[in-house]
Ligand binder design. Structure first.
Ligand code: ADP
Length: 281
């Protein structure tokens, strides 16, 4: 009975205690899992589960911290302007009201982006997948964006394959991905620059590349820019109203279609290229 108790009852008891501690929120709890018998394997799986729970909890905490931080910036600006008006430091004129309105607008945009992010992250979006003609898709996107490009004097070029090509995708979501990437390309490219959209067929995928001659992305940031709230230059993108969520949403949408998305850049002021793939239709 001593052997039975030491080899079986003690490890089971220790797992029972550990699961109780985890249920109470102590996600760093682990059990000893040395050995190769079934109980040790169970202990190893238990530890793996605990590690995953701990990671989810860390991400949840970080998300709340990030969201609070993001909300604070426009709110502080609104509060500052209101106080300035009350103290008479800021003139009660159109410019001041416009500034308050812009910050409120930024809050609004941030909240809609967060809502959209939560929908895509929880996979709560339903995709209406059909074969879509790529040139029509690009045409619709360009129709939406050409005016903004003309206004900033950024040239928009297009390289389509000679023969018609289609993708299997949800039309609205495909347009959303393209609009997002073209919007970024425009935002981060100074006037007189160029943005080139290239469509190529590659095995069972269609590859969309959006290349710009803009500010580029230093290599150490390339892998992070798809993380939520990540901005290369925080102050610069914030003044443009960027929330750092657009690329995260685009990545989820591309992956929901079974595609991949990534970015390449030779470095600062050397332009960037954003590439994504969608299954051929
Ligand atoms: P934002 O709303 O800040 O643009 P995104 O998620 O769309 O958020 O992009 C995240 C960050 O990636 C941006 O803040 C910017 O630093 C960088 N980025 C995105 N697209 C480009 C681009 N075409 N050229 C240079 N940097 C870019």
């Amino acid at each position: 009975s001593y052997v039975l108790s030491r080899n079986i009852i003690a490890p089971v008891q220790s797992m029972k205690n550990a699961s109780k501690r985890i249920a109470e929120g102590h996600y760093d709890e682990r059990v000893s899992s040395s050995g190769t018998d079934e109980l040790s394997q169970l202990a190893a799986s238990f530890n793996q589960m605990a590690a995953q729970l701990e990671q989810v909890e860390t991400m949840r905490r970080r998300l709340i911290g990030d969201v609070a931080h993001e909300l604070r910036t426009p709110l502080t600006a609104i509060k500052g302007s209101a106080e300035g008006l009350m103290d008479g430091v800021l003139p009660a004129n159109d410019a001041t009201y416009q500034q308050i309105h812009n910050e409120a607008e930024r809050l609004n945009k941030l909240l809609s982006d967060l809502q959209e992010l939560s929908r895509v992250e929880s996979k709560a979006i339903s995709l209406d997948i059909h074969p879509l003609d790529v040139s029509r898709l690009i045409e619709t996107t360009l129709k939406r964006m050409q005016f903004q490009f003309d206004e900033k004097r950024v040239t928009l070029n297009l390289n389509l394959p000679h023969s018609p090509i289609s993708v299997l995708a949800d039309e609205d979501r495909a347009l959303q991905i393209l609009t997002n990437l073209l919007g970024n390309a425009l935002q981060y490219t100074p006037p007189n620059g160029t943005v080139t959209v290239t469509i190529e067929r590659e095995k069972s995928y269609v590859k969309f590349s959006i290349r710009d001659t803009g500010i580029g992305i230093p290599s150490e940031h390339l892998t992070h820019i798809f993380d939520r709230f990540y901005r290369v230059d925080k102050s610069r993108s914030r003044t443009h109203g960027g929330s750092g969520i657009g690329l995260t949403i685009a990545k989820h949408l591309v992956e929901a279609h079974g595609g991949k998305i990534w970015a390449e850049s030779a470095g600062e002021n050397k332009g960037s290229v954003f590439i994504f793939t969608l299954p051929i239709g």
